[in-house]
Design a protein around this ligand. Structure first.
Ligand SMILES: [Zn+2]
Length: 327
């Protein structure tokens, strides 16, 4: 049994896991994310070395577009203001093969090799978090695009001149279905006198933000504003997924992230219904909740490391040529 280490580099924490040939996590560690590229690299190196399991390859999922191992931009990493050659620098320091990939892509790979997308070769993962992430597996391989920018589902425009998105553009899916945007709609409504359980529950729990759990409770109790904001989010997701299906003829849509985990099958079914009217060519498409939760990123990153470097033992899907086609 050989081990590849998967790293999920986030704005708050760095999660790492030693993952075996069967995509099982055998050991895990979490560190706070330090400021600046040098400190981030040092932290990952220290973390990988501190694991008891001996790694033969390392994969890193990073919060931004990654092109040829270079993290191009990372607005959520404090102190990272220019491109970072993540794979090269980590590989030098660790003297191990290292691959770097966008975190949403790593998550999709995780769900594809070991989670809810196992049966698919035309898969889109949609991650509902602060923003809306996405990733694509097309014809049985991760689809990166020409510049590493493929799969940016959250920034597909579904309403020209619509709500302002965190990216500075208008009408993106994320501007309706990202948690930060949904929370902004709530704040605006409350400021103009609307009453909602969302802010009441938030205050009761002493939280700064409306967590997925708070959304779930307010929706359960039929809160009007929560229902209206979620309806908008579902409509935006439906229009976007419909457009993606018309372009790519996907067979699986895997929906994950905090809100999807909390609302589960119910949310996914609603998104599926909202998608249908936009789809041109009918097909037996599956809309599913992601299986692996927070582990999707580390399992996917480890799997990418295994497949692209040829280290860390056989890849379960190597027999269908996946590893060969990935590189
Ligand atoms: Zn945007």
């Amino acid at each position: 049994m050989s081990i590849a280490v998967g790293v999920d580099l986030g704005g708050t924490n760095i999660d790492m896991a030693a993952v075996d040939d069967d995509h099982r996590v055998v050991e895990r560690a979490r560190l706070p994310t330090p400021e600046g590229p040098d400190a981030v690299i040092e932290a990952i190196v220290g973390g990988v070395r501190a694991l008891k399991s001996e790694a033969s390859a390392v994969g890193v999922g990073a919060p931004g577009p990654v092109h040829q191992g270079i993290l191009v931009t990372a607005p959520n990493l404090v102190g990272v203001t220019r491109p970072v050659p993540l794979a090269e620098r980590l590989s030098e320091a660790l003297t191990l093969p290292v691959v770097a990939e966008n975190d949403a892509n790593a998550g999709v790979i995780g769900e594809w090799v070991a989670g809810a997308g196992r049966d698919s070769n035309h898969l889109m993962g949609v991650w509902l978090g602060t923003g809306v992430g996405g990733g694509l597996v097309l014809e049985g391989r991760l689809f990166r695009g020409a510049f590493g920018g493929a799969g940016e589902f959250g920034h597909m425009c579904i309403r020209q001149g619509g709500a302002l998105c965190g990216c500075g553009r208008r009408g993106c899916i994320e501007a309706y279905a990202g948690r930060a945007s949904m929370e902004r709609f709530v704040e605006t409504a409350v400021a103009s006198g609307r009453h909602t359980l969302l802010t009441e529950l938030r205050a009761g729990k002493g939280r700064h933000r409306i967590t997925s759990g708070i959304w779930a409770r307010a929706l359960e109790q039929g809160d009007e504003l929560a229902t209206a904001v979620l309806d908008e989010a579902v409509a935006a997701l439906g229009a976007g997924i419909g457009a993606a299906i018309n372009l790519l003829d996907l067979d699986h849509i895997v929906i994950g992230g905090g809100l999807a985990e909390k609302l589960g099958r119910d949310l996914v079914e609603r998104v599926e219904r909202a998608t249908k009217p936009f789809v041109l060519v009918r097909g037996d498409r599956e809309f599913v909740v992601a299986d692996l939760g927070d582990d999707a990123g580390v399992v996917g990153a480890a799997s990418l490391a295994r497949a692209t470097t040829g280290r860390g033992g056989p890849h379960p899907r190597a027999d269908d040529g996946w590893a060969a086609r990935l590189g």
